[in-house]
Design a protein around this ligand. Structure first.
Ligand SMILES: NC(=O)c1ccc[n+]([C@@H]2O[C@H](COP(=O)([O-])OP(=O)(O)OC[C@H]3O[C@@H](n4cnc5c(N)ncnc54)[C@H](O)[C@@H]3O)[C@@H](O)[C@H]2O)c1
Ligand SMILES: O=C(O)C1=N[C@H](C(=O)O)CCC1
Length: 272
């Protein structure tokens, strides 16, 4: 029997990094072969099992990604935009599948992934859970059915440590709503109201971001009409849903050619 795919986790000490390491170590379909942290981080040089408060697992945290990627079949990366751009180049060099969960990337940064995707598969999604990816489909359908007499607002809530807004998930849902309406999100997006804003513009898609405590991630897509409202909601209560989705993407990518993919591809939800 051939060896299980080897996976490297970047941002090993982070909320998602630790969850990913746990899920991969529990899996009988993949092996953890590397853990990356930024230079100077106290975990560098330590066994990642021990750094996480358990027993040694034989994987030493390193700040030398290329060396680690060269031994792997996939890299799972939930870090920060600039780090992810660097990891994309290195994963492409190693011909490893790069699964990107990092959010808050600008359009310019996303465009910079293209050269890497010419050499190896990249799977990127602002939310790797099955539930949210299904919700994007429902959002597109409802937006297409309702028309502009229903105002669309995407309301998201996350923990106090989150650094980007709107969340990657909120933007996915906004994109889906815009697609359903046959418009470009950038033309109708309303992000951040303050002061005398004037009345709501018909057709706008609004975003509201709540930050507090330990909220894992909650998203409502509100369709507000005259005399009635529809609310599509996803509530995440456990980061394991994102980690399981990312591992699924890493395994799915093993027999795919170079290119950019998302979780709709991984989950087989693409319609045409
Ligand atoms: N797509 C999804 O399903 C999903 C789910 C949850 C979180 N996220 C996103 O994942 C990212 C991380 O979230 P988090 O809550 O784990 O954050 P976090 O701050 O807990 O972890 C980020 C980790 O990345 C590390 N890091 C930063 N720069 C690095 C570098 N150059 N080299 C190596 N490591 C580096 C940090 O040291 C930290 O350990 C965010 O963008 C978040 O929005 C996405
Ligand atoms: O905790 C976070 O940060 C999350 N980020 C993703 C987003 O921006 O949508 C997914 C949910 C959790």
């Amino acid at each position: 029997m051939s060896e299980l795919p080897g996976i490297v986790v970047t941002g090993a000490s982070g909320r998602m990094g630790q969850m990913l390491i746990r899920i991969i170590r529990e899996s009988d379909r993949a092996r953890l072969v590397g853990a990356i942290e930024r230079s100077g981080h106290e975990w560098v040089g330590q066994d990642v099992g021990r750094a996480m408060g358990g027993a040694d697992c034989g994987v030493i945290v390193t700040d030398e990604p290329l060396e680690a990627f060269a031994k792997a079949q996939a890299v799972i990366d939930f870090t920060a935009p600039e780090a992810t751009l660097e990891f994309a180049k290195l994963a492409a060099q190693a011909r490893a599948v790069h699964v990107i969960g990092t959010t808050g990337m600008s359009d310019e940064q996303i465009a910079k992934l293209e050269p890497a995707a010419r050499h190896a598969p990249i799977v990127r999604a602002g939310n790797m859970s099955l539930g949210v990816n299904l919700l994007t489909q429902l959002t597109r359908q409802v937006a297409a059915a309702l028309g502009e007499e229903f105002d669309i607002e995407v309301i998201e809530a996350h923990h106090r440590h989150k650094v980007d807004a709107p969340s990657g998930t909120a933007l996915m849902l906004g994109e889906a709503a815009a697609e359903g309406r046959g418009v470009a999100l950038e033309d109708v997006s309303d992000r951040g109201r303050d002061g005398i804003t004037g009345a709501r513009k018909p057709g706008d898609i609004g975003f509201v971001a709540v930050r507090g405590g330990d909220i894992v991630g909650e998203h409502d897509v509100l369709f507000a009409g005259e005399g009635e409202r529809i609310i599509l909601r996803h509530v995440a209560t456990d980061r394991a849903i994102f980690a399981r989705g990312a591992l699924r993407a890493a395994l799915w990518g093993q027999d795919k050619g170079p290119g950019q993919y998302d979780m709709i591809d991984v989950l087989g939800l693409r319609r045409d």
